[in-house]
Write a protein that binds this ligand. Structure first.
Ligand code: SAM
Length: 210
């Protein structure tokens, strides 16, 4: 079995429980929405949420009137749970793409993404090659003047999540990966208190393609 298959199994197992028992579960994606507001997007802008899991962000975006959402994850179980929930609650047929961000195939076909959103995913990619592939994909699919919102564990953040090692970031490290064609619009620190009471320091960043 290759690494991607092992990780898929790992994440499918993680999602085989109630959302409230997930260490990264947030009932209100307030910080992400704060940055989404700064993009001043049209409601029909294409928003891609990578490593979406079963996040309540999709519900919140729909509640705020965004109509063109695309969801990606490696875990087909997470996507199935999310799609079913959203269909029930919002009568919305969520476009779900099962694909590996570190070895993308279907994701490569996307274009004109107005906003890329990643909360809690990039930091799992430890190898240079995986990070390169991830940032290459952003540059390939993002629209002219598109936005990139990345929320990852800060340099003083936890060293592991869901039993996996992490690479932690500051905004400068993300800027370096994105290059000069992307301008940092905003960034802030946020300490997330997870469902078990643990403190998890994150950095939230918003970049725009120039
Ligand atoms: C910690 S969870 C965060 C989920 C969601 N973004 C949130 O904020 O609730 C990390 C997510 O990234 C997904 N993931 C991990 N590696 C991935 C990969 N290589 N490609 C796509 N998704 C991946 C996992 O299945 C999981 O849903």
């Amino acid at each position: 079995m290759d690494n991607s298959q092992n990780l898929k199994t790992h994440w499918n197992t993680a999602y085989n429980k109630d959302d409230h028992q997930l260490g990264w579960f947030e009932s209100n994606p307030e910080q992400t929405m704060q940055l989404v507001a700064k993009c001043h997007l049209n409601k029909n802008a294409t928003i891609l949420n990578v490593g979406v899991g079963t996040t309540t962000l999709i519900d919140t975006l729909l509640d705020q009137g965004y109509t063109n959402l695309v969801a990606n994850d490696l875990s087909d179980l997470a996507l199935q749970k999310l799609k079913e929930r959203i269909k029930k609650s919002h009568h919305y047929n969520l476009n779900c793409i099962t694909d590996d961000l570190t070895n993308p195939s279907k994701l490569q076909q996307l274009k004109n993404i107005d906003l890329w959103i990643d909360r809690d995913v990039l930091h799992f990619f430890l190898k240079d090659e995986e990070q390169k592939t991830y940032f290459y994909l952003i540059k390939k699919v993002i629209s002219k003047n598109g936005f990139v919102l990345i929320a990852v564990f800060a340099l003083d953040g936890a060293e592991k999540c869901c039993g996996l090692d992490l690479k932690r970031y500051n905004p400068e490290m993300l800027q370096q990966h994105l290059g000069n064609n992307f301008k940092l619009i905003d960034s802030f620190n946020h300490t997330f208190i997870n469902p078990f009471g643990g403190e998890r320091p994150y950095i939230y960043t918003l970049f725009q393609k120039q």
